[in-house]
Design a protein around this ligand. Sequence first.
Ligand SMILES: CC(C)(COP(=O)(O)OP(=O)(O)OC[C@H]1O[C@@H](n2cnc3c(N)ncnc32)[C@H](O)[C@@H]1OP(=O)(O)O)[C@@H](O)C(=O)NCCC(=O)NCCS
Length: 192
Amino acid sequence: MIKDTLARNTNKSDITIRTAVPADGSGIAKVHAYTWWSSYQSFMPKEYLEDRIINIENATLKFTNCINTKHNCLVAEVGNEIVGILYFMPAKDPKYAKCGEIKGVYVLERFQRMGIGKRLFIAGIKALLEHRYKDMIINVVQANTKGKNFYLKLGGEVVGEFESTFGGVTLKQDVIYYKDIQALYEKLTAKK
Ligand SMILES: CC(C)(COP(=O)(O)OP(=O)(O)OC[C@H]1O[C@@H](n2cnc3c(N)ncnc32)[C@H](O)[C@@H]1OP(=O)(O)O)[C@@H](O)C(=O)NCCC(=O)NCCS
Protein backbone atom coordinates (compact mmCIF):
# COMPACT_ATOMS: atom_id res chain seq x y z
CA MET A 1 0.00 0.00 0.00
CA ILE A 2 0.97 3.60 -0.46
CA LYS A 3 2.82 4.94 2.56
CA ASP A 4 1.38 7.80 4.62
CA THR A 5 4.65 9.68 4.31
CA LEU A 6 4.22 9.81 0.52
CA ALA A 7 1.00 11.80 0.92
CA ARG A 8 2.46 14.06 3.61
CA ASN A 9 5.56 14.85 1.58
CA THR A 10 3.87 15.41 -1.77
CA ASN A 11 4.30 18.79 -3.48
CA LYS A 12 2.35 19.91 -6.53
CA SER A 13 5.47 19.53 -8.65
CA ASP A 14 5.71 15.82 -7.70
CA ILE A 15 2.36 15.01 -9.33
CA THR A 16 2.30 13.88 -12.96
CA ILE A 17 -0.91 13.62 -14.98
CA ARG A 18 -0.61 11.30 -17.99
CA THR A 19 -2.53 8.97 -20.26
CA ALA A 20 -2.80 5.48 -18.77
CA VAL A 21 -0.87 2.55 -20.25
CA PRO A 22 -1.94 -1.12 -19.90
CA ALA A 23 0.55 -1.71 -17.04
CA ASP A 24 -1.46 0.84 -14.97
CA GLY A 25 -4.50 -1.47 -14.84
CA SER A 26 -3.79 -2.72 -11.31
CA GLY A 27 -3.05 0.75 -9.87
CA ILE A 28 -6.21 2.13 -11.47
CA ALA A 29 -8.36 -0.70 -10.10
CA LYS A 30 -6.93 -0.05 -6.60
CA VAL A 31 -7.67 3.68 -6.71
CA HIS A 32 -11.19 2.95 -7.98
CA ALA A 33 -12.03 0.33 -5.32
CA TYR A 34 -10.40 2.08 -2.36
CA THR A 35 -11.79 5.53 -3.18
CA TRP A 36 -15.31 4.07 -3.39
CA TRP A 37 -14.63 2.33 -0.07
CA SER A 38 -13.44 5.46 1.74
CA SER A 39 -15.98 7.87 0.22
CA TYR A 40 -19.24 6.01 -0.39
CA GLN A 41 -19.94 4.12 2.85
CA SER A 42 -22.59 6.58 4.00
CA PHE A 43 -24.83 5.81 1.01
CA MET A 44 -23.81 2.42 -0.46
CA PRO A 45 -23.90 -1.01 1.26
CA LYS A 46 -20.60 -1.88 2.95
CA GLU A 47 -20.63 -5.44 1.51
CA TYR A 48 -21.00 -4.06 -2.01
CA LEU A 49 -17.97 -1.81 -1.49
CA GLU A 50 -16.02 -4.66 0.11
CA ASP A 51 -16.81 -6.88 -2.88
CA ARG A 52 -15.18 -4.32 -5.15
CA ILE A 53 -11.96 -4.71 -3.15
CA ILE A 54 -12.23 -8.52 -3.08
CA ASN A 55 -12.78 -8.55 -6.87
CA ILE A 56 -9.95 -6.18 -7.63
CA GLU A 57 -8.32 -8.67 -10.02
CA ASN A 58 -11.41 -8.65 -12.26
CA ALA A 59 -11.42 -4.85 -12.17
CA THR A 60 -7.73 -4.87 -13.14
CA LEU A 61 -8.55 -6.97 -16.22
CA LYS A 62 -11.47 -4.68 -17.11
CA PHE A 63 -9.41 -1.51 -16.81
CA THR A 64 -6.45 -3.02 -18.70
CA ASN A 65 -8.80 -4.03 -21.51
CA CYS A 66 -10.36 -0.56 -21.52
CA ILE A 67 -6.94 1.13 -21.75
CA ASN A 68 -5.91 -1.21 -24.58
CA THR A 69 -9.04 -0.70 -26.66
CA LYS A 70 -10.39 2.75 -25.80
CA HIS A 71 -7.35 4.76 -24.64
CA ASN A 72 -9.73 6.70 -22.42
CA CYS A 73 -8.11 6.72 -19.02
CA LEU A 74 -5.86 9.31 -17.37
CA VAL A 75 -3.87 8.84 -14.20
CA ALA A 76 -2.26 11.05 -11.55
CA GLU A 77 1.02 9.61 -10.40
CA VAL A 78 3.24 10.42 -7.42
CA GLY A 79 6.55 8.60 -7.10
CA ASN A 80 5.51 5.71 -9.36
CA GLU A 81 2.23 5.22 -7.45
CA ILE A 82 -1.12 5.91 -9.07
CA VAL A 83 -3.12 8.11 -6.68
CA GLY A 84 -5.85 9.46 -8.97
CA ILE A 85 -7.76 8.40 -12.08
CA LEU A 86 -10.27 9.73 -14.59
CA TYR A 87 -11.91 8.04 -17.54
CA PHE A 88 -13.98 9.48 -20.32
CA MET A 89 -16.19 8.32 -23.19
CA PRO A 90 -18.99 9.41 -25.52
CA ALA A 91 -22.10 10.11 -23.41
CA LYS A 92 -24.21 6.97 -23.08
CA ASP A 93 -27.62 8.64 -22.69
CA PRO A 94 -29.04 9.34 -26.21
CA LYS A 95 -30.43 12.63 -24.83
CA TYR A 96 -26.84 13.87 -24.65
CA ALA A 97 -25.68 12.05 -27.79
CA LYS A 98 -23.33 14.82 -28.93
CA CYS A 99 -21.64 15.22 -25.56
CA GLY A 100 -18.50 13.72 -24.18
CA GLU A 101 -18.76 12.20 -20.71
CA ILE A 102 -16.32 12.12 -17.84
CA LYS A 103 -17.21 8.87 -16.14
CA GLY A 104 -15.59 9.68 -12.85
CA VAL A 105 -12.72 11.41 -11.10
CA TYR A 106 -11.25 9.48 -8.18
CA VAL A 107 -8.42 10.55 -5.90
CA LEU A 108 -7.18 8.40 -2.98
CA GLU A 109 -8.39 9.91 0.27
CA ARG A 110 -4.96 10.91 1.57
CA PHE A 111 -4.24 12.81 -1.65
CA GLN A 112 -7.51 14.75 -1.80
CA ARG A 113 -7.67 18.58 -1.60
CA MET A 114 -4.19 18.90 -3.14
CA GLY A 115 -5.41 19.99 -6.57
CA ILE A 116 -5.10 16.52 -8.14
CA GLY A 117 -8.82 16.15 -8.95
CA LYS A 118 -8.88 19.52 -10.67
CA ARG A 119 -5.77 18.72 -12.72
CA LEU A 120 -7.32 15.41 -13.82
CA PHE A 121 -10.57 17.20 -14.66
CA ILE A 122 -8.73 19.76 -16.84
CA ALA A 123 -6.80 16.96 -18.57
CA GLY A 124 -10.11 15.14 -19.14
CA ILE A 125 -11.62 18.21 -20.81
CA LYS A 126 -8.52 18.51 -23.00
CA ALA A 127 -8.89 14.87 -24.06
CA LEU A 128 -12.58 15.40 -24.93
CA LEU A 129 -11.69 18.54 -26.92
CA GLU A 130 -9.15 16.47 -28.87
CA HIS A 131 -12.05 14.13 -29.67
CA ARG A 132 -13.97 17.20 -30.96
CA TYR A 133 -16.62 17.35 -28.25
CA LYS A 134 -18.04 20.79 -27.49
CA ASP A 135 -20.13 19.98 -24.42
CA MET A 136 -19.78 17.40 -21.69
CA ILE A 137 -21.80 15.67 -18.98
CA ILE A 138 -20.96 13.94 -15.72
CA ASN A 139 -23.36 11.83 -13.67
CA VAL A 140 -23.01 11.95 -9.91
CA VAL A 141 -24.95 10.26 -7.12
CA GLN A 142 -26.94 12.99 -5.33
CA ALA A 143 -25.93 11.68 -1.90
CA ASN A 144 -22.27 12.12 -2.87
CA THR A 145 -22.26 15.77 -1.83
CA LYS A 146 -18.47 15.98 -1.83
CA GLY A 147 -18.24 14.81 -5.44
CA LYS A 148 -21.22 16.85 -6.54
CA ASN A 149 -19.86 20.07 -4.96
CA PHE A 150 -16.51 19.48 -6.67
CA TYR A 151 -18.20 19.12 -10.08
CA LEU A 152 -20.42 22.17 -9.55
CA LYS A 153 -17.47 24.26 -8.41
CA LEU A 154 -15.72 23.46 -11.68
CA GLY A 155 -18.52 25.04 -13.72
CA GLY A 156 -21.27 22.49 -14.27
CA GLU A 157 -25.01 22.79 -13.74
CA VAL A 158 -27.57 20.13 -12.90
CA VAL A 159 -29.87 19.50 -15.90
CA GLY A 160 -31.55 16.22 -15.01
CA GLU A 161 -31.74 13.21 -12.76
CA PHE A 162 -32.21 9.45 -13.00
CA GLU A 163 -31.96 6.41 -10.76
CA SER A 164 -29.35 3.65 -10.59
CA THR A 165 -28.97 0.62 -8.35
CA PHE A 166 -25.77 -0.10 -6.45
CA GLY A 167 -25.62 -3.35 -4.47
CA GLY A 168 -29.40 -3.50 -4.23
CA VAL A 169 -29.81 0.13 -3.15
CA THR A 170 -31.46 2.55 -5.59
CA LEU A 171 -29.91 6.01 -5.62
CA LYS A 172 -30.74 9.18 -7.51
CA GLN A 173 -28.07 10.54 -9.80
CA ASP A 174 -27.77 14.08 -11.14
CA VAL A 175 -26.72 14.82 -14.69
CA ILE A 176 -24.26 17.71 -14.59
CA TYR A 177 -23.83 19.58 -17.85
CA TYR A 178 -20.84 21.65 -19.01
CA LYS A 179 -21.53 23.84 -22.02
CA ASP A 180 -18.67 25.03 -24.23
CA ILE A 181 -15.81 23.06 -22.72
CA GLN A 182 -13.29 24.99 -24.84
CA ALA A 183 -14.20 28.18 -22.92
CA LEU A 184 -14.22 26.23 -19.65
CA TYR A 185 -10.77 24.83 -20.42
CA GLU A 186 -9.43 28.33 -21.08
CA LYS A 187 -11.00 29.62 -17.86
CA LEU A 188 -9.61 26.79 -15.73
CA THR A 189 -6.10 27.07 -17.19
CA ALA A 190 -5.89 30.91 -17.24
CA LYS A 191 -3.00 32.27 -15.20
CA LYS A 192 -4.26 34.26 -12.20
C1 LIG B 1 -14.19 14.75 -5.63
C2 LIG B 1 -12.70 14.55 -5.73
C3 LIG B 1 -12.33 13.91 -7.06
C4 LIG B 1 -12.00 15.92 -5.64
O1 LIG B 1 -10.62 15.75 -5.85
P1 LIG B 1 -9.56 16.62 -5.05
O2 LIG B 1 -8.21 16.28 -5.58
O3 LIG B 1 -9.76 16.44 -3.61
O4 LIG B 1 -9.99 18.10 -5.45
P2 LIG B 1 -9.01 19.34 -5.70
O5 LIG B 1 -8.05 19.43 -4.57
O6 LIG B 1 -8.43 19.26 -7.07
O7 LIG B 1 -10.03 20.55 -5.65
C5 LIG B 1 -10.35 21.31 -6.81
C6 LIG B 1 -11.28 22.42 -6.43
O8 LIG B 1 -12.50 21.85 -5.97
C7 LIG B 1 -12.74 22.24 -4.64
N1 LIG B 1 -13.26 21.08 -3.93
C8 LIG B 1 -12.67 19.89 -3.77
N2 LIG B 1 -13.46 19.08 -3.03
C9 LIG B 1 -14.55 19.83 -2.74
C10 LIG B 1 -15.72 19.61 -1.98
N3 LIG B 1 -15.91 18.47 -1.34
N4 LIG B 1 -16.63 20.60 -1.86
C11 LIG B 1 -16.44 21.79 -2.45
N5 LIG B 1 -15.34 22.09 -3.20
C12 LIG B 1 -14.42 21.11 -3.32
C13 LIG B 1 -11.40 22.67 -4.07
O9 LIG B 1 -11.56 23.63 -3.05
C14 LIG B 1 -10.72 23.25 -5.27
O10 LIG B 1 -11.14 24.60 -5.50
P3 LIG B 1 -10.08 25.72 -5.96
O11 LIG B 1 -9.60 25.31 -7.32
O12 LIG B 1 -10.87 26.96 -5.98
O13 LIG B 1 -8.98 25.68 -4.95
C15 LIG B 1 -12.16 13.68 -4.54
O14 LIG B 1 -12.64 14.24 -3.34
C16 LIG B 1 -12.60 12.24 -4.63
O15 LIG B 1 -11.93 11.41 -5.25
N6 LIG B 1 -13.72 11.90 -3.99
C17 LIG B 1 -14.21 10.53 -3.93
C18 LIG B 1 -14.67 10.03 -5.31
C19 LIG B 1 -15.76 10.92 -5.86
O16 LIG B 1 -16.73 11.22 -5.20
N7 LIG B 1 -15.58 11.32 -7.14
C20 LIG B 1 -16.57 12.15 -7.80
C21 LIG B 1 -17.77 11.38 -8.23
S1 LIG B 1 -17.36 10.26 -9.51
